[in-house]
Design a protein. Structure first.
Length: 417
């Protein structure tokens, strides 16, 4: 006889189970989706940051002079002093760990101080050695960089930054061989440089006019004064130790007290890069903690729904065991349901997360300016690790209801309503 009430009860039960499964599956989906998004964003932030400083030597340091704070050898404190060309010779001979030593000078930056015909702009002018390219890759797009002959002969040549080129040569013609006026002096353009985009020494290379440092010393009547030194250490040597040796030698050569900590300022790039690395390691750990917490919440939901499922099917399990069903059969059925639900929801979240990162990279990040994210994709290893974690969590989620199912006695299950 047709039982409408029983049919409606079955339909309600099926619908309830489907809704419950969808909601639980969404929890797993959202957990793995957010984990992939956060992992990709963390990796993209790291890639973007290091892409912005790509070409800058990580084993380098910069230093310059300041007023003394300790009286020494008849000199009063508060004395101004300078680094000279002779100091570079002393440093090169005395420090075996020193690989590159490059002087830097800075000129005045005034309104419209750089001119090409009717076009002008306000840009920094600096004096560099030919070996500065070993400290900061200039990424020359046209022509060449300063060479040894330019330095020795004190030639009036210059390398202009890409921003300077765009402003002074709006028609995008070839600037090589043309003359521009910088701070009242004419220089022949021999190259166009982009430099490192997110790093600057005094000013960004793209917004600078660079000339031989010997030329700047002569034009400005500065003698052999050097404003700043850039140095790199040889492979497997500590920049920090080299930096300390350089300070000691400079103090001894210029009658500065050895214990004067104010007379020389310095900036250690190796320490900054190490700080970046530690920061990104912390970000990745935080992402895994937060993402794993979200994922675990979804897995707990899977475990709960399996507990409810077992409870609702207690009578069915009891009858099957009374008819001779082996515990392994019941265990495999419950575990497979848990594993299937977790795997489907998790793999969907993984796929959609990777797709979202890919689309964001193509349609937003690659066309955006001043964005610190670059190629925010997760590695293949991360994807495999996430998949393995999903499968393990799926098995764990089914373990509790499985143990409950094995504890059900056939006679008790049949009597339960």
């Amino acid at each position: 006889m047709f039982d409408a009430d029983r049919l409606q009860e079955i339909w309600v039960t099926i619908t309830r189970n489907k809704v419950r499964s969808l909601l639980t599956g969404f929890g797993v989906f959202w957990g793995i989706f957010m984990l992939i998004i956060m992992m990709g964003a963390g990796v993209g932030l790291q890639r973007g940051m290091f892409k912005g400083i790509k070409g800058f030597s990580t084993n380098s340091c910069f230093m310059g002079t300041s007023t003394t704070s300790v009286p020494y050898k008849g000199f009063q404190k508060g004395r101004m002093w300078n680094i000279h060309n002779r100091d570079m010779d002393v440093l090169t001979r005395s420090i075996s760990e020193l690989d590159v030593l490059s002087p830097i000078l800075f000129g005045n930056r005034m309104p419209d101080n750089v001119v090409n015909g009717e076009h002008s702009g306000s840009y920094s002018v600096r004096g560099l050695h030919s070996n500065y390219e070993n400290v900061e890759n200039q990424f020359i797009s046209r022509g060449r960089f300063i060479n040894e002959i330019d330095v020795l002969q004190k030639r009036k040549v210059c390398i202009i930054g890409t921003k300077v080129y765009e402003d002074l040569f709006p028609k995008k013609g070839d600037p090589i061989g043309h003359y521009i006026r910088a701070n009242g002096i004419y220089y022949q353009v021999v190259g166009v440089a982009e430099g490192v985009s997110n790093m600057s020494v005094g000013a960004r290379t793209s917004e600078c006019v660079s000339i031989p440092f010997t030329t700047m010393q002569q034009i400005n009547n500065q003698g052999d004064i050097i404003h700043m030194l850039a140095a790199t250490a040889k492979a497997n040597y500590s920049v920090k130790d080299m930096e300390a040796q350089m300070k000691d030698i400079l103090k001894a050569s210029n009658n500065v007290a050895p214990d004067d900590t104010q007379a020389i300022w310095s900036f250690n790039m190796q320490e900054q890069f190490n700080m970046f690395n530690y920061l990104f390691i912390g970000i990745i750990i935080l992402v895994w903690i937060v993402g794993s917490g979200t994922l675990i919440a979804g897995i707990v939901g899977v475990s709960n729904i399996m507990v409810v499922t077992v409870k609702e099917r207690t009578k069915e399990i009891g009858i099957r065991r009374a008819l001779g069903a082996k515990p392994l059969t019941i265990v495999s059925q419950i575990m497979s349901e848990s594993l299937l639900l977790t795997a489907i929801a998790g793999l969907l979240g993984l796929t959609l997360g990777v797709l979202t990162l890919h689309l964001a990279d193509i349609y937003w990040l690659q066309n955006a300016e001043n964005v610190f994210l670059s190629d925010p994709m997760v590695s293949f290893g991360t994807a495999v690790t996430s998949a393995v974690i999903l499968l393990i969590c799926g098995l764990v989620a089914g373990a509790i209801p499985t143990m409950r199912a094995l504890q059900v006695k056939a006679i008790d299950a049949i009597k339960e309503e």
